[in-house]
Design a protein around this ligand. Sequence first.
Ligand code: HEC
Length: 120
Amino acid sequence: MQKLNLLILLVLGFVSCRYNKEEVLFPNSYCNTNEVRYGTTIKGIIAQYNCMNCHGATNPFAGFSLHTYDALKAKVTDGRLLGAVSHSPGFSPMPQGAARMSQCDINKIKKWIDDGAPNN
Ligand code: HEC
């Protein structure tokens, strides 16, 4: 009996080690904001939500494009990007005419801005 208890404890120990990672336990709600970069993360988010349909290189809506790093950085610097995508009061909600971005994508943009919005 003693040995069996020990065995059960050992097995439970291994199982809890295996499944104590958040991305394993909650694959749908897990949001990884480590390693957020302009080139591999932010650029893709801007493309995914079709921001460039309106803020493209030629004749952009509202007079600005988001198609380059410098153009996007200007909207970080003037403080409008995060307010718009997080639908904060006092900002025009973006993407215009479409659903709000996923909270995970907003968190990634926020993390990138908190990091100083580097061109990486
Ligand atoms: C259907 C066209 C359209 C799409 C798609 C769109 N925008 Fe806009 N965006 C506009 C227009 C028009 C304005 C100006 C709105 C206003 O002045 O009220 C604007 C304004 C903004 C502003 C300034 C907001 C403010 O309050 O100053 C930002 C930042 C912005 N857009 C970012 C984005 C991002 C990021 C996306 C993609 C997630 C996006 N937009 C998608 C049309 C669009």
